[in-house]
Design a protein around this ligand. Structure first.
Ligand SMILES: NC(=O)c1ccc[n+]([C@@H]2O[C@H](COP(=O)([O-])OP(=O)(O)OC[C@H]3O[C@@H](n4cnc5c(N)ncnc54)[C@H](OP(=O)(O)O)[C@@H]3O)[C@@H](O)[C@H]2O)c1
Length: 324
């Protein structure tokens, strides 16, 4: 396969290269694209050094089997439709197309069926949404979920290279605030993204709207508070959910254990210990009322929440459409 990565030098792009390698995706040609700032730099794929090239419109007109985009919404809005026009299938990590009604928003373990016979732009959901819906999926399928209340504890890597650099700089004594709304070192910041007119942030509304779209259920109420914490990798979430049917806690536990790429643990799971894992971890499961439950969900945001989900989309799409 010929695969292109747009935003290859970024946190997600570099992780995509590692995940493509780990998942043994059969690649004949790998094209790495980024801004002029990174053009000429080299990145390793397997034992080969590959030069990053500058992203141009001409490069989008070439034929790829898959183009993986992770260079932000503006780059996706400008270049992904052009790549699509030239017959390419794009897997886009930005929020640019996620809520477009004709564009599939895919977590393969839940709705891979949307990929069959589809060509064009495919959206990868927000990192916080992916791990939450993976943990809730089988419960929703079997018991029905009416309401979710979630508070997130999101790593600085969720803001890309600049988020990581800001925490590292503050750890080294440079307290300048560049990207986050307040000092992130020794702090917790309850605002990710800009405010929407309803007082929720963009990140919070992504969790509401994307959950409904992925579950194809506009009746689920989702209430989110998204919070940045001084952790490098791994988003954690405290999730309260109310089901349609009343079931035993053991039944909920069984459904979580049945979920693909989800691990249930009786021990507490913390982000420090699951960095670079491709699984979503559920612990602290409790019954809070007849139809009310609570759990703690942790996953590597750059892998499960971005690169791994994108590569799983690629593999599902290839399998469903070419049998490869
Ligand atoms: N980090 C996460 O956990 C996460 C999770 C889910 C989704 N995402 C989404 O994935 C995307 C990338 O995130 P990231 O965390 O990897 O960000 P990042 O570390 O800041 O990397 C951004 C990448 O985009 C490239 N880029 C920026 N402007 C460009 C331009 N005009 N032309 C070509 N390339 C350009 C950068 O290239 P240069 O290095 O050359 O500037 C770099 O490769 C964003 O849309 C983000 O919302 C991130």
């Amino acid at each position: 396969m010929k695969i292109g990565i747009v935003g290859a030098s970024g946190e997600v792009g570099r992780t995509m290269i590692k995940v493509l390698e780990k998942m043994e995706v059969s690649i004949g040609e790998l094209i790495l694209l980024a801004s002029s700032k990174s053009a000429g730099k080299e990145l390793m794929y397997k034992d080969k050094q590959i030069k990053i090239q500058e992203l141009t419109e001409e490069k989008m007109k070439q034929k790829y089997d898959y183009l993986l985009f992770s260079a932000g919404g503006d780059v996706s809005r400008k270049y992904a439709p052009l790549a699509q026009e030239y017959g390419n299938t794009v897997i886009d990590n930005s929020s640019a197309f996620r809520m477009h009604k004709d564009i599939p928003l895919v977590v393969p373990e839940i709705n891979a069926g949307l990929l069959k016979g589809y060509r064009g732009i495919i959206s990868n959901p927000n990192c916080s949404t992916i791990q939450m819906v993976l943990a809730l999926n089988k419960i929703h399928e079997n018991v029905g979920i009416k309401e979710v209340v979630v508070s997130t504890y999101q790593a600085v890597s969720g803001a890309g290279n600049k988020g990581i650099s800001e925490l590292q700089a503050q750890q080294a004594g440079d307290m300048e605030i560049k990207h986050f709304p307040d000092q992130i070192l020794n702090n917790v910041i309850p605002k990710i993204g800009e405010y929407e007119p309803n007082g929720f942030t963009q990140e919070e509304m992504k969790m509401v709207n994307e959950t409904r779209k992925i579950f194809n259920d506009s009746g689920i109420d989702v209430f989110a508070t998204t919070v940045r914490v001084p952790v490098f990798y791994g988003h954690s979430e405290s999730v309260f959910f109310r089901t349609e049917k009343e079931v035993q806690l053991s039944e909920i536990k069984k459904l979580i254990e049945m979920s693909e790429n989800v691990v249930y643990s009786d021990e507490i799971i913390t982000p420090l210990h699951i960095a670079q894992s491709d699984l979503t971890y559920v612990s602290r499961l409790r019954k809070a009322g007849p139809k009310e439950y609570m759990m703690w969900v942790v996953a590597d945001n750059v892998r499960v929440g971005a690169a791994t989900n994108a590569v799983r989309i690629l593999l599902s799409h290839a399998q469903l459409n070419t049998g490869k």
